[in-house]
Design a protein around this ligand. Structure first.
Ligand code: RM4
Ligand code: NI
Length: 294
């Protein structure tokens, strides 16, 4: 009676999947990953999902998976894939005992003692594109049989593990990568040319840290956020003054300045002439060009 209650499942063996008994790693390309019944292994798996979706059931916990999901699966875990829909992933199989490089593998690859919540992560788009190339290189190397390839595969696998540490983030963390934060901010600034922009509100909206974002911005652009926004506004003002018919007050408003006197002061300070004069000069030039041409 008791026996009937014991769930038995398939146990996959290293000998069936690895190229030789020297190889510690192999990349199983699952493009697509079909449905796959509950199983365990005598090796570990590092799974990176590239596209599509499906259900991943790891030790009876259900995860809806899609691009950017990363799982560290240990030999004794049991898992399955269900309800797959164009699911594409790379499954990096590795045998811990066969790793020979003196790296801190225990820190890089969570082992059986690590809580399952620490074994599910996410990658953002920049992380995915870096990892994509590395995994491809690893997949090629794992298929070679020359004496160096086993070691080279291990070196590439070490690199993949390190890059994952760099790019992965907890699934529920609202944190975006530095590149994503910067992109988001640059876009928000562009659409704020004619409106007020408050960095603190922006950071609150996207759960970002204002201090570190300011630092990042300065580091990458060489300017402060407000300085950049002012430049954007002045560029737009110059364009409108040259080509538009609006009054100075209207130009000021289109460029996010509530007060047109203040606009004139700022404009004068950075362009060297008052807005009215700037327009006149340009329009004079235009008229002169017109006379020459005609
Ligand atoms: C399956 C699936 C499993 C893996 C085997 C080797 O398609 O990815 O998780 O253990 O391949
Ligand atoms: Ni598996």
């Amino acid at each position: 009676m008791l026996r009937a209650l014991i769930v038995s499942h398939l146990k996959l063996a290293t000998t069936d999947y690895f190229l030789s008994d020297k190889h510690a790693i192999t990349v199983a390309d699952r493009h697509p990953q079909p449905e796959f019944a509950t199983h365990s292994h005598d090796f570990n798996e590092l799974v990176i999902v590239w596209r599509g979706n499906g259900l991943h059931i790891l030790n009876d916990v259900h995860y809806t998976i899609t691009c950017g999901d990363v799982f560290y699966i240990n030999a004794d875990d049991h898992h399955s894939y269900e309800s797959v829909n164009a699911l594409e992933l790379d499954n990096i199989l590795y045998n811990r005992q066969r790793l020979t490089l003196g790296a801190d593998w225990d820190r890089l690859l969570p082992d059986a003692g690590t809580d399952q919540r620490q074994r599910y992560w996410r990658l953002g788009t920049p992380g995915m594109s870096v990892l994509r190339q590395q995994v491809d290189a690893l997949a090629d190397e794992c298929m070679k049989t020359d004496p160096l390839s086993a070691l080279l595969s291990e070196a590439l696998f070490l690199q993949v593990s390190l890059l994952l540490m760099r790019f992965r983030h907890a699934p529920d963390s609202p944190l975006l990568s530095d590149a994503e934060q910067l992109d988001l901010l640059l876009m928000a600034l562009r659409v704020s040319i004619d409106q007020q922009f408050k960095l603190d509100d922006f950071c609150q909206q996207y759960h970002l840290n204002a201090r570190s974002l300011k630092q990042l911005f300065k580091q990458q652009t060489g300017m402060g956020v407000n300085q950049y926004l002012r430049q954007l506004r002045l560029c737009k003002a110059m364009d409108l003054l040259r080509h538009g018919q609006q009054t100075i007050g209207e130009v000021a408003a289109c460029c996010g300045f509530e007060d047109s006197n203040y606009f004139s002061v700022v404009f004068n300070q950075s362009v060297g002439v008052a807005p009215r004069e700037y327009r006149q000069r340009f329009q004079k030039n235009l008229a002169a060009e017109h006379i020459i041409r005609s």
